[in-house]
Design a protein around this ligand. Sequence first.
Ligand SMILES: *[C@@H]1O[C@H](CO)[C@@H](O)[C@H](O)[C@H]1NC(C)=O
Ligand SMILES: *[C@@H]1O[C@H](CO)[C@@H](O)[C@H](O)[C@H]1NC(C)=O
Length: 443
Amino acid sequence: MAPHISQCSLFSYITLFHLIFITLAQSDNYIIHMNLSDMPKAFSTHHTWYHSTLSSVLENSQLTTTNNLNSQILSKLIYTYTHAMNGFSANSSPKEHESLKNSLGYISSIPDLPLKIDTTHSPQFLGLNPNKGAWHDSNFGKDVIIGFIDTGVWPESESFKDIGITNIPSKWKGQCENSIHFDSSLCNKKLIVPLYEDPVAIGTFAAMEKGVFVSTSAGNDGPDLTTLHKGTPWVITVAAGTMDRDFHGTLTLGNGFGVKAAPSVDSYSSRGPSYSCKFVLKPDITAPGTSILAAWPTNVPVFELNSHKFFSKFNMDSGTSMSCPHVAGVAALIKGAHRDWSPAAIRSAIMTTSDIFDNTNEQIKDIDSGDKATPFALGAGHVNPNRALNPGLVYDVGVQDYVNLLCALEYSQQNITTITRSSSNDCSKPSLDLNYPSFIAFC
Ligand SMILES: *[C@@H]1O[C@H](CO)[C@@H](O)[C@H](O)[C@H]1NC(C)=O
Ligand SMILES: *[C@@H]1O[C@H](CO)[C@@H](O)[C@H](O)[C@H]1NC(C)=O
């Protein structure tokens, strides 16, 4: 996640916002799209042309003395765009804006927003504070290695810069290797190995046996029931919710309708129960997944407008692929504070301390129904990192407990071997009663 975003991407978000919500409160900031072919040859750069355009508008609309004209223009010209589009953003009165429309080369303009997205918001939303609570008490998860399996990574992104990161822990035995898709020189102290294998091949059961916590996304096939396919009992399955500061939220608050109920489970998040294992309730937990600021490949447009492609190093994205890493991060903090805890103990801590009430003190809602979110949408609740560090009671599960479940599900020895990679699996005590922090009775 990025500490900041560039001007260019800020512009993209603002524009995107405008495509979605046209009716907004009046604003004095405008983004002016200009036609570069119309630039008179007398100007050496776009910047001087825009400067002059703005200055002629000011002169027409208000009395100014030449002494302060230049500083006035400089204070009004906010930014010059040269990559995604040609033009500039400026602060102007409605009258000045009308005059701008008659300027040579003017194509179009859109109002800017009183919106500033400087940083990702989810750490604050989750209550993480560098001076106290989970972040502080876990020493920021120092030396905890996170294995994250996804379709790929854009290692050049600023999100993966290793400034301020200490040396790779000596316990790490892996190597950063060259592959067709990855040059090993791109590895650093933060990104230590590229993983391109799919989750099934990696073997989440093997990971669990080795004490590796696996966080998986519930899927984006909601809002119908049983749209969740991966019901694997030895991983944590993460649903996606909204935060109090997404596009909708900013609009609502800007118009003075009061506090937005947050979090809510979003419609796209896949719902349980899962087909593959109906005896374990899934999803397990909800985490921020809607409008999350994330690193973005610079060769994929963030959006297209009138056949113009807009590119950015960061993008606002939504999905359970965005909520799942939040839980991986929280798990890293718990592991940082409790080095000897098993993946099941960490999952239990996350689930039993989760929130079921939103910021308006009502039960967390399902955006789809507008009503209370059921456990099939929400899981145990919304992740609360600060509480998860001190859960009190913990429901632990060992390898044999999962085997007992598979036996009770009438998996054949061969079926179980496929999962456990062990030729002898003890099925003498089959049991559907897994020591899980939730239970399910569904008809
Ligand atoms: C830009 O100006 C050129 C030359 O005046 C014109 O042919 C072209 O259509 C203009 N483009 C737009 C987008 O207005
Ligand atoms: C068990 O193995 C059989 C034979 O390989 C296969 O057809 C079946 O789908 C497997 N069942 C499960 C639940 O994996």
